[in-house]
Design a protein around this ligand. Structure first.
Ligand SMILES: Cc1cc2nc3c(=O)[nH]c(=O)nc-3n(C[C@H](O)[C@H](O)[C@H](O)COP(=O)(O)OP(=O)(O)OC[C@H]3O[C@@H](n4cnc5c(N)ncnc54)[C@H](O)[C@@H]3O)c2cc1C
Length: 478
């Protein structure tokens, strides 16, 4: 019998558990899985709550389908028929300029205008900014494959204004990151590839739209919002179905924060595997044949500090940002702005306190009662970390004041809840892929010990699932 411990019951750990079980079944092996979760529930940051007739997400509210893992997991769990697309009526984002919300020009894909006319008419850029963006087609390309920050790349190719007025709020918002440090290679490598292959993002976009009009497949086609889905009862539906499934074959221990993992090879030849000794909170020591650590990297670093100091030191290099999500329910009649979009992002240069406001009930129906709207306001992130330390009363004041000034939100909300996500967003800084390679190399020194989580090769739900599944495959190969 092989005993496998999975530490951390977020989506990464749960996906790892399911994949280990599938492989054990396929291989006809007797594998006992123990999942150790520090808190009293599974799902990690993913959580959906009903507040009256509102359906409120604490963290993620949708996932992208061009990475197949989350949708494939839903198929396995019998949820495929329940997937819901985003509401086509409101599929656009707004960006603030000089205190006013304007739509992102149609066809503008994170940093590339696929259509010239909407971009030329948009008040989000000055004429100088627009001309500089069009000149992107003639900027000399860099083909050395070196990593570069998002801001360096965009300033070099598209100009300063496009960076600070559009790309910083649109992309920086996704990663709650400082774009001066964010690695393009680790987050949006397709833009590097577009530059490498076509010499220009605009030329690449034109080529792709020509291919599309000829009916050929394209990697970056269509409105990106069309690629996102959720479930009628929110992300929790996926977490609950997966947790129920895992409970059928694994022993799940709640309230079991693992403090220390020591890896002892069974022989001098480290590639022959080993045994892990765990010290749990209550000083319980247990032995396992393999371990999947599916916790944030700073937790993994702590747990491994004694047993694997080199690996621990590399894991500690990954920085995290915090964010606070304020969910609030309002009467539509209390809001001046028509909220005819999925949300508003706010450039740092506007000097506001908010990062973004998601018009959550515009994305998916069934999130708010008739005549009401559910907003989720984001503050903090890597650029304004101090705001995450404000107390609840100060956060409520700040959010209500800014919502009033930016969108004309008045009156008493039906509810207002604060969800703090402290050190929840791993920061993929320039050089992240090299750091991950060093982490993976250091992990190999302890065969049977494998890492999973959103700090490795992608921050989204599908990436986290992929990391859990890949960890399971490594463990079952060993
Ligand atoms: C505010 C916010 C919004 C987001 N929005 C989106 C979105 O819209 N779409 C999208 O695709 N992604 C989104 N993400 C990202 C995505 O939700 C996460 O990357 C993913 O859920 C991380 O899963 P995980 O299992 O790796 O980590 P976690 O969810 O952090 O799970 C780790 C688990 O380990 C447990 N644990 C910690 N320490 C120990 C220990 N010592 N012993 C045992 N257990 C321990 C924790 O309690 C937790 O349950 C968002 C994230 C945040 C924070």
């Amino acid at each position: 019998m092989t005993r496998i411990a999975i530490i951390g019951g977020g989506i990464s750990g749960l996906s790892a558990a399911l994949r280990v079980h599938e492989l054990a079944t396929e291989q006809g092996r007797d594998v006992r899985i123990t999942l150790l979760e520090a808190s009293d529930r599974l799902g990690g940051v993913l959580r959906t709550e009903r507040i009256g007739e509102y359906l409120v997400e604490h963290a993620a509210d949708m996932w992208i389908t061009n990475k197949p893992e989350a949708t494939r997991l839903c198929e396995k769990l019998g949820l495929a028929e329940r997937l819901i697309p985003t509401n086509a009526q409101f599929r656009k984002s707004l960006v603030l300029r000089d205190g006013k919300a304007h739509p992102v020009p149609e066809g503008f894909q994170l940093m590339v205008p696929e259509q010239a006319w909407p971009m030329l008419r948009s008040p989000l850029l000055s004429w100088r900014g627009k001309l500089r963006l069009l000149a992107e087609a003639f900027v000399r390309s860099r083909r050395d494959g070196a990593d570069e920050s998002l801001s360096d790349f965009v300033r070099r190719r598209c100009g300063h204004e496009v960076f600070e007025r559009l790309v910083q709020p649109l992309v920086g918002g996704i990663y709650t990151a400082n774009p001066e440090k964010l690695s393009l290679k680790a987050t949006l490598p397709r833009f590097i590839e577009m530059e490498r292959q076509h010499g220009s993002l605009i030329r690449a976009a034109l080529r792709q739209s020509r291919d599309r009009s000829r009916g050929e497949a394209s990697g970056t086609s269509g409105a990106r919002y069309g690629l996102f889905v959720s479930l009628p009862n929110g992300i929790e539906e996926l977490v609950s179905a997966l947790s129920r499934r895992v409970a059928e074959f694994a022993e799940i221990r709640y309230g079991a924060p693992v403090r220390r993992v020591v890896w002892t090879p069974t022989s001098d030849r480290s590639d022959e595997g080993g045994q892990a000794t765990f010290t749990l909170d209550a000083d319980v020591t247990q032995h396992f044949d393999a371990v999947i650590l599916a916790v944030p990297s700073f937790v993994a670093a702590n747990v491994l500090a004694d047993g694997c100091p080199t690996l621990s030191a590399e894991l500690n290099r990954i920085e995290y940002a915090s964010t606070v999500v304020v969910a609030s329910g309002h009467k539509l009649a209390d809001i001046e702005h028509p909220l005819d979009a999925f949300g508003l992002v706010i450039p740092h240069i506007e000097r506001r306190k908010l990062l973004a406001v998601s018009f959550t009930s515009r994305k998916f129906s069934g999130r708010a009662p008739d005549g009401r709207v559910l907003l989720r306001t984001f503050i903090g992130g890597a650029l304004q970390p101090e705001l995450c330390h404000l107390d609840d009363a100060a956060i409520v004041d700040l959010v209500r004041r800014e919502l009033r000034e930016l969108l004309g939100v008045r009156g008493e909300p039906d509810f207002l809840n604060i969800f703090r996500h402290t050190r929840a967003m791993p920061q993929y800084h320039v050089g992240h892929l090299d750091l991950v390679a060093r982490i993976q190399a250091a992990t190999k020194q302890s065969p049977g010990l494998v890492l999973a989580g959103n700090f490795l090769t992608g921050v989204g739900i599908p990436d986290s699932i992929a990391s859990g599944e890949s960890a399971a495959e490594k463990v079952m190969k060993g």
